[in-house]
Design a protein around this ligand. Sequence first.
Ligand SMILES: NC(=O)c1ccc[n+]([C@@H]2O[C@H](COP(=O)([O-])OP(=O)(O)OC[C@H]3O[C@@H](n4cnc5c(N)ncnc54)[C@H](OP(=O)(O)O)[C@@H]3O)[C@@H](O)[C@H]2O)c1
Length: 255
Amino acid sequence: MKNIAILTGATGGLGREFLKQLLNEDIDEIWAVARNKQKLSELREKYGEKVIPISMDLSEMHSMEQLYSMLKENHPRVVWLINNAGLAKMGKYTDFSIEEIDRTINVNCKAPVILSQICIPYMGKGSKILNISSASAFQPNPYINLYAASKAFERSYSRALHAELAECKITSTAVCPGWIDTELLQKEINGKKVRFPGLVTAEKVAKQAVKDAKKGRDMSVCSLYVKCQHVNVKLLPQRLVMKIWMAGIRKYLKE
Ligand SMILES: NC(=O)c1ccc[n+]([C@@H]2O[C@H](COP(=O)([O-])OP(=O)(O)OC[C@H]3O[C@@H](n4cnc5c(N)ncnc54)[C@H](OP(=O)(O)O)[C@@H]3O)[C@@H](O)[C@H]2O)c1
């Protein structure tokens, strides 16, 4: 039986770092999931035949069905599932189309839950699920309200799943980073350069997340900046936290 890892969003900034971490593990195959075929083949060329490129759109239900069939056909042991693919857009609620809302909820919420559900039967003692949430999950965030809500969903789901899976010795870790220097960040909005306080590298986040998952933690927070943020938002009234956040972000938005 093959030991495999499934990594979604493998071609993105954080995904590539998770891939490097997984290459150090005792795994036969890494099923690398994303839409862009070219970037997926580049990963295989660079990191070798352990990388199995799977091009699919996780906002569509038939992609999950395809993965389900692949699991049934190959019957591997899933040692790692890293639900990392994610979408983010900053803007007023009026800037979002219905299609964008649907896609964001499908990729950020529905896909991690369905993938966990179909992978758990192929997991055993020591298997690990990582759900890449965000520090945005700690409080409501106006102007990235959909993203923050989707990440709160992912964090809550992941931590509760961790408790449910304890008896099977499978862990589920909600990874909650602050700003990470990847392609996801809109570096400029409406002609204004965006500042990202507490920005960290993807390498730092991935290393810490893998370490925390191995320790059996249900949450991974990698920098002191985010640890302080986590405590502060618990102590302060949420209305005040939102006001502070809005004061920082309004300058980037159209009038
Ligand atoms: N960057 C940050 O500041 C930050 C902070 C906190 C949390 N996070 C979280 O970290 C995770 C990784 O983000 P990142 O910063 O590495 O972003 P990124 O560089 O934009 O990568 C996103 C990845 O998701 C994949 N993806 C997007 N839509 C998809 C779809 N419909 N189906 C399949 N794959 C899809 C992309 O590949 P394709 O485009 O080829 O499909 C890409 O591999 C996300 O969940 C994000 O919310 C990021």
